[in-house]
Write a protein that binds this ligand. Structure first.
Ligand SMILES: Cc1cc2nc3c(=O)[nH]c(=O)nc-3n(C[C@H](O)[C@H](O)[C@H](O)COP(=O)(O)OP(=O)(O)OC[C@H]3O[C@@H](n4cnc5c(N)ncnc54)[C@H](O)[C@@H]3O)c2cc1C
Length: 224
């Protein structure tokens, strides 16, 4: 494997529709960073379990976090290898047949060794990354993390040792025989858009004197 590629590795060879697959580091990182959340798999009490959770990437490391008392998160770093997937929904691909109909998406599967982050300074830094993964710039705006909150939180690092991406875009691939059918066929692109903010109605916010933070101003400006 070169520096620019993360696969295909032992666990990450896309078999069906391999023409949609890429192992390119830049494409994989871009999908990981745009995805709002991930799904993590682990074996808990002999059962396969998958759980949705937030993630934050830094270089070739993907971070996850959860409660110190969460059996699932503990299982993630107890397994020799962690499996994490993300998907971005990009719209509809409506063919003339149900068989060829699908959705447009970009997805990534990451595979790598997982371990617990124990160093306190690193934990603090990573937890700020999670706040920024929710909304870039927000970590600087919120009150600092308390000792108690830090102690309650488990942080897991997954080294991205191999990964695959699948990108399903473009026109539908109708059968030649179906082309003449008078059935609508085409694509409907979709994207995530934020509605107007709904301010909290409690505490200092209730008087309506707290200005919209920079991070939110940027979010609305950039989505235009
Ligand atoms: C939102 C969404 C909906 C889907 N719906 C369907 C469906 O209804 N039916 C269906 O058959 N397929 C569906 N797929 C595709 C599905 O994810 C698999 O790609 C497909 O099952 C074929 O897998 P495989 O046999 O090639 O690989 P598998 O043998 O299942 O997996 C081997 C390896 O290939 C890689 N890989 C497989 N799929 C993906 C992927 N999507 N993204 C990144 N890496 C991948 C992983 O590294 C995995 O470990 C969907 C994908 C997405 C994102």
């Amino acid at each position: 494997m070169s520096e620019d590629t993360l696969g295909p590795g032992h666990h990450t060879r896309v078999r069906r529709m391999p023409e949609l697959a890429t192992y390119d580091v830049e494409v994989i990182n871009a999908i990981l960073d745009e995805a709002r959340f991930c799904h993590v798999a682990a074996i808990v009490d002999g059962q396969a379990v998958t759980v949705p959770t937030l993630h934050a990437r830094e270089g070739s490391t993907l971070y996850l976090h959860g409660s110190q008392s969460n059996a699932f998160m503990k299982a993630v770093f107890s397994c020799a290898t962690a499996f994490v997937s993300v998907t971005i929904y990009d719209g509809l691909r409506l063919a003339r047949s149900g068989f060829e109909s699908s959705i447009a998406y970009r997805s990534v599967v990451v595979v790598g060794p997982a371990s617990q982050v124990s160093d306190v300074a690193e934990k603090r830094r990573v937890l700020d990354m999670f706040v920024d993964a929710i909304l870039p710039g927000r970590a600087q705006e919120v009150r600092p993390l308390r000792e108690r909150e830090l102690n309650l939180t488990l942080v897991v690092r997954v080294e991205i040792s191999e990964a695959s991406a699948k990108v399903s875009h473009g026109p539908t691939q109708d059968d030649e025989d179906d082309m003449a059918l008078p059935i609508w066929s085409g694509t409907i692109p979709a994207h995530l858009e934020f509605d107007a903010p709904v301010p909290s109605s409690d505490g200092a916010m209730k008087d309506g004197n707290v200005a919209l933070p920079e991070s939110l101003v940027r979010l609305y400006r950039d989505q235009r």
